[in-house]
Design a binder for this molecule. Structure first.
Ligand code: SF4
Length: 166
């Protein structure tokens, strides 16, 4: 399945716990003030790639603990990422996903394609980057409003809770 990407990183240690394959997708309309990746905003920027090629790279790295989708906002391309997330899960890897959307708003919207992706996500780092709330103290987040949502737990028992890193 085709995917528009900004960059692909085979050995990230900053996009979630452990060693991760990071898919930085291309395209985001949130335009957060102070965004660190403005080059990922244009929906026609980056390059086109294929989930088959990405999966071959993931499979080829036995040291990976998981896969992370960042960007850009991954939720603008949910279906190719759902395919990758499903395969990652089936192969024992954790799946993290960043988004500028807030989890509760996504639940309310109940978009079929986004929910298809979220079903295979373990942790969603949610919310826009808020410059006034910028912090270096919270692992894997840029501003204090952003949360690590335990999406796996939501789909198992219906509770919206933050994921514990400990
Ligand atoms: S959601 Fe992320 S990529 Fe999009 S503008 Fe905000 S910080 Fe940048």
């Amino acid at each position: 399945m085709k995917l528009r990407a900004a960059s692909l990183i085979n050995d990230s240690i900053v996009d979630g716990p452990g060693l991760r394959y990071a898919v930085y997708v291309q395209g985001c309309s949130h335009h957060c003030d102070g965004c660190h990746n403005p080059q990922t905003h244009a929906f026609d920027g980056g390059f086109e790639t294929d989930t088959e090629d990405i999966w071959r790279e993931i499979e080829g790295n036995p040291l990976l603990d998981g896969v992370t989708f960042s960007g850009g906002d991954p939720l603008f391309q949910p279906l190719p990422l759902a395919e990758l997330a499903r395969k990652a899960r089936e192969n024992g890897m954790s799946v993290w996903c960043y988004t500028g959307f807030v989890f509760e708003a996504l639940l309310e919207k109940n978009d079929r394609e986004i929910m298809e992706l979220l079903r295979f996500v373990d942790v969603l780092v949610d919310g826009r980057f808020e410059k006034s709330l910028r912090t270096l103290e919270l692992p894997f987040r840029g501003s204090k409003n952003q949360r690590l949502i335990d999406v796996k737990r939501y789909f198992s028992d219906g509770v919206v809770a933050e994921y514990s890193l400990s």
